[in-house]
Design a protein around this ligand. Structure first.
Ligand SMILES: Nc1ncnc2c1ncn2[C@@H]1O[C@H](COP(=O)(O)OP(=O)(O)OP(=O)(O)O)[C@@H](O)[C@H]1O
Length: 241
């Protein structure tokens, strides 16, 4: 087992994974630099979600390696992987799964509350809700929120711990076009200002254009990697993959 390059926060080598015998990832390798925003593009069923789940330690690929900050994720115990996800990663799903009994701010603060970081949890959650333009919804429960508002709460929850890496799986797929651009700009600006590395799965070219770099999967295989010359406010471009 050879350790990855020091300057990649996340690194994967030759990932292979099948679901019930049908291949979802076929030899995918990549590296992501600290603070980089990488878009993982590809049509439906091309393996984007499976790749994000392998990189974040939710799933261990049947073959291949995943490293986070020079630690092998693929050989970690389930408990260590869970801790890694809780302490260092944020995750946004296409549709918000919020706790119905909790208010918006309590949902957003949940990762901090679960860590036992009660002090400052509400302030941090409120700051993210304000930044995502839903501060006035803080006391509402999910059933009283619009779908777009629920998704913003889920985004606030993913950012509230200031994770090292944010995994965003089609984070704006359920939003209207106008909402989509604004939410994505907020997320990418927040990531850049806090040096959060982002791995963003999308099949939308407009979304991918906000990243520093994009790679494309087709039928579970990597077909290219492009630096986005005009990504907004981008950090220095990484060509490490
Ligand atoms: N839990 C599962 N059980 C069986 N097959 C699965 C499972 N998850 C994914 N697949 C299959 O694996 C392949 C890759 O799916 P994946 O969800 O990773 O792709 P995707 O690019 O994220 O697609 P989408 O844009 O539709 O979410 C697809 O053929 C999909 O049907």
């Amino acid at each position: 087992m050879v350790a990855p390059p020091d300057n990649d926060v996340l690194w994967a080598r030759s990932l292979h994974h099948s679901h019930s015998g049908s291949p979802a990832l076929v030899g995918v390798s990549l590296g992501v630099r600290e603070g980089e925003i990488l878009a993982v593009c590809g049509p439906r069923g091309s393996g984007k979600t499976t790749l994000l789940r392998c990189l974040s330690g939710q799933l261990v690929a049947q073959q291949g390696e995943v490293w986070f900050n020079s630690s092998p994720v693929h050989t970690m115990s389930p408990l260590l992987r869970e801790r890694l996800r809780r302490d260092r990663f944020g995750w946004i799903d296409p549709e918000a799964a919020l706790v119905p009994e909790l208010t918006a701010w309590e949902n957003a603060a949940l990762p901090l509350l679960l860590r036992g970081s009660h002090r400052g949890a509400k302030t941090a959650a409120m700051e993210w809700l304000e930044r995502l333009d839903i501060g006035e919804c803080a006391r509402k429960r999910p059933h009283a929120l619009l779908q777009a508002e629920r998704q913003r709460v889920a985004i606030a929850r993913a950012l509230v711990t200031t994770p090292s890496v944010l995994f965003a799986d089609e984070p704006t797929a359920t939003l209207h076009r106008a909402d989509r651009a604004q939410v994505l700009r907020t997320v990418t600006a927040a990531a850049r200002s806090h040096r959060i590395t982002v791995v963003l799965a999308t099949h939308d070219e407009d979304v991918a254009a906000l990243a520093d770099r994009s790679l494309t999967l087709v039928d579970g295989r990597r077909v290219n990697s492009l630096a986005n010359a005009d990504a907004e406010g981008r950090a220095e471009c990484s060509l490490s993959a």
